[in-house]
Design a binder for this molecule. Structure first.
Ligand code: HEM
Length: 484
């Protein structure tokens, strides 16, 4: 097997003459030796030192560490009765995609074989503009009120005093908001460490409102399921791998694609009609709950295949910008509050992280559409900056105009209620096999063992209310005096 995780494999000689960023050819002495030379006259030195000093940009506030790849999505089943979006209209239609896998909480330089939820974000470059599905590896989210975002990020990332990841703040947060356990207990189960990104499922979670060409409305949850099967690493194995190869997940993906062993996923949807939604009520929009497959089974839509590695990581992956607000006609997003919060948050942080023209960067550009906006200027890239087209709307000249349509479809209104998901986490724990439950207990004990006792006790009380064996198992593992 050819282990193609090395990107530099071309020994055929230089691509050309070295130049400064302004294009001047660089003499050999300027590039190799500045000892006894006047630096101010060495344009190559000045050019490169001022450039390297400015290389770092802010990392993502979450999902900092990640790997990306490119490929296509192809429709394999007729789903035109559900979707009018052009890229899903016909069996066989192929759409280019960019995908970024990530660790939800780890910083940009972190080791990869950690126990945490992971991101699985897909950008479809459609003929109607970009459509993004930033999803996670766990099918439910932690909370359903976007007000939690700041609290979560701060409690789960580094402690402001010690700059360490802090299990006390993690368990403080969980025990103050135990409804998050429908997510967290899945992360502490085998599902918390996938064998590789190739074996990881992707769940965009939200229940999306969608329309077909007749304007009929349905609601769908998307599921990307790996064709290589969903597989997980055991904790011990993961700890060893983390020491042996901290970049294991990125290397595995890069190597597989480099070797022509292209990973693929089948996209499925769960479908709910308007009548289903009326009958079930707002809980089907609750991102802290799954929609049971036995009530709404999966329907195949198409295949996602990754067949190209990035040629340049920074340009093509670090600069990738996904957003739940990147929607196309017939895809309305979700009426829940988390979706609404996300529509603002991603664009806002990307304006800071990448500059306001981030959609003009090659990897984010909706390259299958000719865009016409009234946005102008600002930090690069501005590309042609819309040349001499008028820069305000409305105008009497030749500026772009909105398209005429029937009144715009809008998201249905839902009344949100407090999360109520203990039934689902109870069912999840009850259905674990004995060995799976033992591993869940071990993983919880491993995380809780260094935490202050009052927090341990609160956690054990909550586990006991979910499942008595779980509570007892963790209490025993922590050598707590109180047994249930
Ligand atoms: C209140 C709720 C949420 C807020 C405010 C929020 C906010 C953010 C922000 C600010 C980023 C960084 C984006 C960037 O720098 O490009 C991000 C990344 C991400 N979020 Fe969320 N998020 C929320 C919920 C969710 C949910 C429910 C999911 C999964 C369905 C999710 C999946 C992701 C993924 C996959 C990324 C990484 C995207 C990439 O690879 O670039 N987030 N989120």
């Amino acid at each position: 097997m050819n282990n193609r995780d090395e990107a530099f494999v071309n020994f055929q000689g230089p691509v050309g003459v070295l130049t400064t960023s302004a294009g001047a050819p660089v003499p050999y002495t300027d590039a190799t030796n500045t000892l006894n030379a006047q630096l101010i006259y060495n344009t190559f030195f000045m050019d490169s030192i001022t450039s390297v000093n400015r290389e770092r940009i802010p990392e993502r506030v979450n999902h900092g560490k990640g790997a990306g790849a490119f490929g296509y999505f192809q429709v394999t089943r007729n789903v035109s009765h559900i979707f009018k979006a052009d890229f899903l209209k016909k069996v066989g239609t192929k759409t280019p995609v960019a995908v970024r896998f990530s660790q939800a909480l780890s910083d940009r330089g972190s080791p990869e074989v950690t126990r945490e939820g992971r991101g699985f974000a897909v950008k479809f470059y459609t003929k109607e503009g970009n459509f993004d599905l930033p999803g996670n590896s766990i099918p439910v989210y932690f909370y359903k009120d976007p007000i939690y975002f700041n609290r979560f990020l701060h409690a789960l990332k580094r402690n402001p005093a010690t700059n360490l990841i802090d299990p006390h703040t993690l368990w403080d947060l969980i025990t103050l908001a135990p409804e998050t356990l429908n997510n967290f207990l899945r992360v502490f189960s085998d599902a918390g460490i996938p064998t590789s990104y190739r074996n990881m499922p992707g769940y965009p979670i939200h229940t999306h409102q969608v329309e077909n060409k007749n304007g009929e409305c349905n609601f769908v949850r998307f599921h990307f399921l790996p064709d290589g099967g969903i597989k997980y690493l055991m904790s011990e194995e993961a700890r060893n791998l983390n020491v042996m190869d901290p970049d294991y997940m990125t290397r595995d993906l890069y190597r597989a694609i480099g070797n022509g062993d292209f990973p693929s996923w089948t996209l499925h949807i769960q479908i709910l009609s308007e009548a289903d939604v009326k009958k079930a009520g707002p809980k089907v929009f609750d991102v802290t709950r799954i929609i049971p497959l036995k009530e709404h089974p999966l329907h195949e839509v198409g295949k996602l295949v990754l067949d190209r590695n990035p040629k340049n990581y920074f340009a093509e992956v670090e600069q990738l910008a996904f957003s739940p607000s990147n929607l196309v006609p017939g895809m309305l997003g979700s009426p829940d509050k988390i979706y609404e919060g996300r529509k603002l948050a991603y664009r806002d942080t990307q304006c800071y992280r990448l500059g306001k023209n981030f959609n003009k960067m090659t990897v984010n550009c909706p390259f299958r559409v000719r865009t016409f906006t009234y946005n102008r200027d600002g930090v690069s890239p501005v590309r042609d900056n819309e040349e001499d087209i008028p820069n305000y709307y409305p105008n009497s000249f030749h500026g772009p105009v909105p398209y005429m349509t029937k009144p715009r479809s809008s998201l249905i209104k839902i009344i949100e209620t407090q999360p109520d998901n203990f039934d689902q986490i109870q069912e999840f724990v009850n259905e674990l096999k004995t060995d799976e439950k033992s591993r869940l207990i071990e993983n919880l004990v491993y995380s809780l063992q260094t935490v202050f006792e009052p927090l341990q006790r609160k956690a054990v009380d909550i586990f006991t209310s979910i499942n008595v064996d779980l509570g007892n198992g963790v209490a025993n593992g922590l050598n707590m005096t109180k047994c249930y």
